[in-house]
Ligand binder design. Structure first.
Ligand code: MTE
Ligand code: MOS
Length: 773
């Protein structure tokens, strides 16, 4: 089996239920369960906390509040504005106030009922509009400016302006936030976490316990989904479990109930964006002014980096010579919003995609053609607003191929005919592109480490800093290790991620898990191969080879040989044993940092991305004019992953990302009541896509024959970019609504386009149509 078609190394475990998650782990007798008691108020003063009665419940091992924290009461990952447990005040409903450790769930729940927290409710900021009105900025505004947006807007022959609201989104990882903390000797603490960022989990656990990081070990076997929701907020449960384990001297597990998880954790940031766009009669964009306003929630978390990525993607794949991008993040009394697949990119892109769609409708032209007209050029019109040159632009080749494979033009004509014949059903079609920057935009985070051990039997253990969340990273790394070492995958094991094996790692995020860790693993294997080569030469000579030299040694097919005499070979296990006897070290670390990336936040200029990933989708929907319901009839996707590291996994990422994006664009609506309490906190009120929402015809292809340069095995990152292909569905729905008025009026629209939004929009179109004689 070639390394790029290895099946997901947990596939069997996942379907048989044998894969181990934190909640499956038992550290032995004495393990306690935990409850997190959280605020029911969005903003309130805490006058008193009385746990006396609760402490008397049989089976209660510890009850902790902020004053019992031995270290710092802090778990803000970047800015320290997030208390681990509320102290004096709560600033969102769902904020942790008291922790309980108990022998069993019943005792914990009983204790929770007996805890009295006396609150004095305070005014709360619950909407973005309110936050904007109060100028409740969480940090100073940010700008990216290029050309002369105001001047070009002034002179543009045509212009339009608007506001777009995009909604929040719940991660809905199948495994809710979980952690198991096991105290060791002295101050030692081991945490089995479900975290995208074990090194940060380690740092925060150390900080709340008031101990150095070398006493804390964090291990992540796998996550049952994360999607950005465990990039920082997995630290919370880990810190709480560690505090309780420290207080009791016993292992403590936290596994949040689904509803609690949804109530307590942050979501994708809501945005309210305002824009003006200037263009000419052909549809060429001349100027764009956009203000991106995000709802950060009660604390900073990753909001500024997410806002920054929204700004970096405000122009998506379009060359806009005069542009002004403003980013503002506001503080509200809601759980702190956090990373979610696309990391702000979708929120930034939605605005321009909708604006381009409006331009096309006003000009009575097909939107796909307007998009193509504005794509970044190949050797000209190729500078991004922040100054980076867009090299190896794949938008044009993807567009040409997808237009043909999806039969775009024929279907556009067929849809017009269908819409002319049907009064109560309308079909819509849309093509949308994605250009997504790959790298952490905080440049120093683009580093990774690995530790590769070869054992005396010739088997290899690969450790790296990336975490497995279902995206197939460990399988990709296995393929890389096999290809680089020449040893078959069945003799290689990719271990759990562990801070004691590979320290100081970055989060597995920004889709760069395989780019960074793959390179680090390759680096470690190269070190080992360099050490093994002299041994290989000696062994090959003993076996009768004429003139093996270091440069000519090939590692392949579980053996070493020279290209000249491939029939004389030493098996890998034999080579390893010879190396061991020759006292050669069989363990090596590897390291990688992405070269040449930088960005200056003051000037808004730099080269923040190592390269870009591209994709495009064409989607067709059918909308029921009476109910606002729609069906996704067909989607065609062509996506660029360079030379795929693993085709099945990449296709899975594209399909999964797309469908998750469709959820955000259509049915996933988060609602709070007027007190800031989450209403949609279970699957009966929050609708994520299911198998039934997959398009009836779904053609997903990888862009062939376009290897990437300078990356691990010429591949490209794939985790997040396909999410934004879902704009094709969102705008196809809008196209169908527009068809109800013969494309004469701009439909009212927002994101998600729920059946309710569609119906209201249709009514509006109907009224306008009736008013026309
Ligand atoms: N795929 C699965 N199955 N589960 C996940 O949690 N997270 C996504 C994406 N694909 C996710 C996923 C997000 S938000 C990111 S950033 C990347 O995977 C992270 O992994 P990578 O860097 O290895 O692609
Ligand atoms: Mo992904 S949102 O970068 O974890």
């Amino acid at each position: 089996m070639k390394s790029h078609d290895l099946k997901h190394n947990s596939a069997t475990g996942h379907v048989t239920g044998r894969s181990v998650y934190v909640n499956d782990m038992e550290s032995g007798p004495g393990q306690l369960v935990a409850r997190v008691v959280y605020s029911k108020h969005a903003h309130a003063r805490i006058n008193d906390i009385d746990v006396a009665k609760a402490a008397g419940v049989p089976g209660i091992a510890a009850i902790i509040t902020a004053k019992d924290i031995p270290g710092k009461n802090q778990m803000g990952p970047v800015v320290h504005d997030e208390p681990c447990l509320a102290e004096g005040e709560v600033s969102f409903a769902g904020q942790a106030v008291v922790l309980i450790a108990a022998e069993n769930e019943e005792a914990a729940l009983e204790a929770e009922r007996l805890i009295r927290i006396e609150y004095l409710p305070l005014d709360a900021v619950l909407t973005l509009r309110d936050a904007i009105a109060k100028n409740a900025l969480i940090a100073p505004p940010r700008y990216i400016l290029s050309g002369d947006a105001a001047g070009a807007m002034e002179t543009a022959p045509l212009k339009l302006e608007g506001i777009l609201e995009t909604g929040a989104q719940e991660h809905w990882y199948l495994e809710t936030q979980s952690a198991l903390a096991v105290p060791g000797e002295g101050r030692e603490m081991t945490v089995y976490a479900s975290s995208q960022n074990p090194s940060e989990t380690q740092a925060i656990v150390a900080e709340v316990l008031g101990i150095p990081r070398n006493e804390v070990e964090v291990e992540v076997r796998r996550m049952g989904g994360a999607f950005g929701g465990k990039e920082t907020q997995a630290n919370h449960v880990a810190a709480w479990a560690a505090l309780l384990a420290n207080a009791t001297g016993r292992p403590v597990k936290i596994h949040l109930f689904r509803d609690d998880d949804q109530i307590m954790t942050g979501k994708r940031h809501r945005f309210l964006s305002k824009y003006r766009i200037g263009y000419d009669e052909e549809g060429r964009i001349l100027a764009y002014e956009v203000e991106l306003n995000s709802d950060a929630g009660a604390a900073t978390d990753l909001s500024l980096a997410i806002l920054e990525r929204a700004m970096f993607h405000a122009e998506n794949g379009y060359y806009i010579p005069n542009i002004s991008i403003t980013g503002r993040a506001y503080r509200t009394n809601l759980p702190s919003n956090t990373a979610f697949r696309g990391f702000g990119g979708p929120q930034g892109m939605a605005v321009i995609e909708n604006a381009v769609d409006r331009i096309a409708r006003l000009l009575k032209k097909d939107a796909a053609g307007i998009r193509k007209l504005n794509f970044y050029g190949i050797d000209e019109r190729n500078q991004a607003p922040y100054g980076e040159l867009i090299l190896n632009n794949r938008l044009h080749v993807i567009y040409e191929r997808l237009l043909i494979s999806s039969k775009y033009e024929e279907r556009r004509a067929e849809i017009d005919i269908f819409n002319g014949r049907h009064r109560w059903k309308k079909r819509g079609l849309a093509l949308t592109p994605v250009k997504f920057g790959i790298s952490f935009t905080t440049a120093f985070l683009n580093q990774a480490g690995a530790l590769v051990n070869i054992y005396k039997d010739g088997t290899i253990q690969v450790n790296h800093g990336g975490t497995e969340m279902g995206q197939g990273l460990h399988t990709k790394i296995l393929g890389i290790a096999a290809a680089e070492s020449g040893v078959s995958a069945r003799h290689i094991k990719v271990s759990s991620t562990n801070t004691s094996k590979v320290p100081n790692t970055s989060a597995t995020a920004a889709s760069s898990g395989s780019d960074l860790n793959g390179m680090a693993v390759k680096n470690a294997i190269e070190t080992l191969k360099a050490r093994l080569k002299p041994v290989a030469c000696a062994e090959l000579i003993k076996a009768g080879a004429k003139d093996p030299h270091h440069g000519g040694i090939v590692f392949a097919e579980d053996a070493v040989f020279t290209a000249d005499e491939p029939e004389i070979r030493i098996s890998f296990p034999k080579l390893v044993m010879a190396a061991y006897l020759a006292q050669v070290s069989l363990s090596a670390t590897g390291f990688y940092k992405t070269p040449g990336i930088h960005f200056n936040r003051e000037t808004g200029r730099g080269n923040p991305f190592y390269y870009y990933a591209y994709g495009m989708a064409v989607s067709e929907v059918e909308t029921d004019m009476l109910t606002g319901m729609y069906r996704l009839l067909r989607s065609d996707i062509l996506h660029d992953v360079g030379d795929s590291l693993n085709e099945q996994i990449d296709l899975g990422q594209i399909e999964g990302g797309f469908i998750q994006g469709v959820g955000w664009c259509t049915t996933e609506e988060i609602k709070w009541d007027d007190k800031g309490r989450l209403l949609s906190h279970s699957p009966d009120t929050y609708k994520i896509p299911t198998a039934g929402d997959i398009p009836e015809v779904f053609n997903v292809e990888l862009l062939r024959d376009y290897p990437n340069t300078g990356t691990i095995r010429k591949s490209k990152a794939v985790g997040e970019p396909p999410f934004m292909l879902a704009f094709s569905v969102w705008l196809a729905i809008k196209d169908a609504i527009s068809a109800a008025g013969d494309h004469r009026f701009e439909p009212l629209f927002s994101l998600p386009a729920t059946a309710e939004v569609v119906l209201l929009s249709l009514e509006e179109i109907r009224k306008k149509t009736e008013n026309i004689p």
